[in-house]
Design a protein around this ligand. Sequence first.
Ligand code: NDP
Length: 258
Amino acid sequence: MSTNLPTSYEAEFAGKVALVTGGASGIGLALSRRLAAGGATVVVADHNEESARKAADELKTTGARAAAVALDVTDPASVEAGVRFAVDTFGALHLGVNNAGIGGPAQTTGEYGIEDWNKVVATNLSGVFYSMRHEIPAILAAGGGAIVNISSILGTNGFANSPAYVAAKHGVVGLTKTAALEYAAQNIRVNAVGPGFIDTPLLRDTDGPAREHLISLHPAGRLGTSEEVAELAAFLLSDRASFIHGSYHLVDGGYSAA
Ligand code: NDP
């Protein structure tokens, strides 16, 4: 049986159009850069239009094809319009990176605010569903492709004082497996990535002893970088991962091995 594995890793995403939610910052920005470096056309989709445009402009200076679109993953109509923008602008969509996410407050389950719960779940879980809901028909129309959903190490571990985040990230793993089963035979691979704690603006309010505590959870003795997460996600999006469907892959400095 032919596997169609690539023979060269240069320009491995040539001819592919990718949409990256939350693509203007942190892990999403690193992924936008990594995909563009591999030859992909990248649509940077973020709710902050100005930072999305700045990121897309940066990609264009490297010679990549890129565009920015304002997209709020908590709003299905906005997601639908963002996917339509990608297809209308570049002719197709092949790769979906569902990365936009927020942390939410640190609070126990018994005291967690209902509005906070709804906001975190709307962004981190419903946002991934809305994104796949609109990406999948577009990717099918293009003849197939791949999706990576950014979950977290907290897609498999609990974490005190983060009930909404942990529940949403566990949900992303189940949603990923389900979509993977539904579309494997139609040439769409759907996988999830579970980063440990990564040094991005998401951790901007975590410093001093709290940051030291997070570092101590990783046997590697440090937080991860956005580029380290982007490398794993890029592999899963590439044809090199052609037999990988419905998996949840950790990039966590050994966090989960303990
Ligand atoms: P960042 O805050 O650096 O980037 C997230 C991006 O998503 C920002 O540009 C943010 O915009 C945008 N965003 C937030 N809400 C929405 C929305 N409703 N619609 C569209 N865009 C939105 O965070 P990270 O890069 O750290 O996080 C990326 C993903 O990785 C998240 O899903 C996060 O849960 C996950 N993750 C992060 C870890 C970490 O330790 N950093 C660990 C494990 C997983 P703005 O900043 O303007 O609000």
